[in-house]
Every structure is written in C-alpha cells, then in structure tokens.
Design a protein around this ligand. Sequence first.
Ligand SMILES: C[S@@+](CC[C@H](N)C(=O)[O-])C[C@H]1O[C@@H](n2cnc3c(N)ncnc32)[C@H](O)[C@@H]1O
Length: 272
Amino acid sequence: MSPFDAYVGTGRLPAGLTDSSDALVGATAQAVGRLIGIGVGPGDPELLTLKALRLLRAAPVVAYYAGPKKRGNAFTTVQDYLRAEQILVPLVYPVTGRIPPPPFDYEGVMRAFYDAAAEHIAGHLAAGRDVVTLCEGDPFFYGSFMYLHDRLAGRFRAEVVPGVCSVVAGAAALGTPLVYRDQSLLVLAGTLPEAELELRLRDADAAAIMKLGSNFEKVRRVLNRLGVAGRAQYVERATMDGERIRPLAEVEPASVPYFSMVLVPGRPWTGG
Ligand SMILES: C[S@@+](CC[C@H](N)C(=O)[O-])C[C@H]1O[C@@H](n2cnc3c(N)ncnc32)[C@H](O)[C@@H]1O
C-alpha cells in the first residue's frame, strides 16, 4: 500500500502534511467544482501569473504533489500566497528517487497512485469545491498534473493556467538567447537511451535536455561526441535558491539533481 493509499483510506496523513477538509463537513454542497491546474513557474514566486494567483487564492482546495518527507517545489513556490482556511491535499508519491528494479512494477504502482489521487480530488469536486492543483513550470509541459487531467477532465470541468516553463527560465538565467530566426528547438528527456539521444541531437539547432540526475554523464558524452559540449551550459534550480550555472566540463556528475537541465543555445544570429 502506498503512503497515499493509506491517506485516502484512513484519513491519516504523512507527518507534517495536513488536509483540513474535515472543517468543511456539513457545508452545503453546491454545483460541481472545477479542476484547475495552475503552472506555478520554475521556482521564483514572482514568476507566478496574475491569473494563477487569483485562482489559487480563490480555491477552497489546493492539491500538490509531495515526497514522503517534503512538500515539493510547487508548494514551496506558492506557500506565502495561501490562505489559512484553504484545504491542503498533499498527493504523496509512493516512489521517489531511484526506481527499484523489476519485478517491482513501477508503472503499475504509479497508475494506482494517480487513480487514487484522482478519486480523492473527485470527492472534493463532486462536493462542489474547486480544486487547484499546483504544477511546477507549466502543467502540460511534462507536468504531473496531466495524469489527473487525463482521469478527471471527462467527468468535471477542467481549466489549465499555463506557467513559465523551466526551459525559458533556464535561458533567462543563462542570459543567452535560445533560438534565433528559423532555428528549431529540440526538447528531450535525458532518460532516453544514449544512442537515441545522439540520433535526435545530431541535427538540432538548439536543445534543452531535461530530467538529468544520474543521466548527466550520458548526456555530456553525447554532446562531446557531437562537438557541441562547448556551446552547452548546465543549469540547476533556475530562479530558485541555490541556482547554479556551469559549463558542462565543470560539472561533477554525482552532484546533479533532478531539477537541472542542459541547454544548447542556437548559434547567435549575425545577420543584423
Ligand atoms: C517533470 S519535468 C517538469 C517540467 C515543468 N512542468 C516545466 O514546465 O518546466 C521536471 C524537469 O524540469 C526541469 N526543471 C524544472 N524546473 C527547473 C528549474 N527551476 N531549473 C532547472 N530545471 C528545471 C528539470 O529538467 C526537471 O528534471
């Protein structure tokens, strides 16, 4: 049983995380609520949009993904904007960090987790409460909100508020334009196999390689082989406390966290 299942089934929460929905027991049920996914941006609370802020402040229920012991970056980004009366719904990931090898059924465990999370949120929606779900960056750009949207958008009204995504925040942190004129930007997950990364990056004008962590060394090898490592930059925790920018050659692979990316900016336009 995952920590979230325990929470859904018994009302118990992991230590330090609270869902104050009991406070609303007995409240008059109104029309069905809306599922609202808001992009909270890359980490700097000032990069939240005005619309996201308005909907966040108005919502009776705020759901967010969390680790067993941590509230997660999306929550931290907006925590100063929350109101004391809001119901907080932490969706605690059953697996974080390194995925156990087979026979552990990672996909099955995650499917069950998202099913349970969606049903918990559906309970609030059915009771007439809007649920804002927080998402780092943009909700529809590799955002975990998508799995709730897939499960609930057919049953409830759903809205998505786009957020400043980490790729453009990374370029701003670098102070380097990403794509000029008719250049194309390739966005990739560093989790792809090495040969696949190399194949796809071979013809790229510019690239953003996300989800690094233990994949960093593989990505650096590929970029070295393609002769573009010198143009690439490593960006860690863009716009957050502890932001770090380094040339690839200076990065210690063991130090690379999940919240990092490699950007390969397009060659500067020199035509005027
Ligand atoms: C699951 S994806 C979420 C992307 C997010 N929805 C967005 O719009 O940017 C997580 C990946 O985004 C990248 N990322 C997100 N925020 C970042 C930040 N502040 N600095 C560097 N990389 C970040 C990292 O590559 C990380 O592995």
